[in-house]
Unconditional design. Structure first.
Length: 114
């Protein structure tokens, strides 16, 4: 991997906890080199841009892009099956710039590896 992947990150903690659940595989969008989720529970959607909690980032400790939390602890790698809690929000309302350029993002509040 030559280039560190991009990532959409929330600027502030969400004011409310959303209750949706999105399941799928962490992946890279080849057209934007952004970390995305390829959903397994939404039909006709190729990928979803996730707005990760403030302070989360991408590292490449072993050649595989790894999502790390604000404490620097690895939480998932590209290829992992995950469940993300949160909800869809328009980027303007969420006050984020989507790495992929999408108009809506899934605001993440929790992640579980499956």
């Amino acid at each position: 991997m030559d280039t560190l992947p991009g990532l959409t990150v929330q600027r502030d903690d969400p004011p409310v906890a959303m209750q949706a659940q999105l399941m799928g595989t962490l992946d890279l969008d080849p057209s934007t080199n952004c970390l995305v989720l390829r959903p397994s529970n939404i039909d006709n959607v190729q990928f979803v841009d996730i707005a990760w909690p403030r302070g989360w980032s991408v590292t490449i400790p072993d050649g595989n892009p790894t999502l790390t939390d604000r404490a620097g602890i690895p939480v998932a790698q590209v290829g992992d099956e995950v469940s993300v809690g949160g909800g869809f929000v328009d980027t303007t309302r969420a006050k984020v710039t989507a790495c992929t350029g999408q108009q809506a993002v899934f605001i993440a509040s929790a992640l579980t590896r499956l």
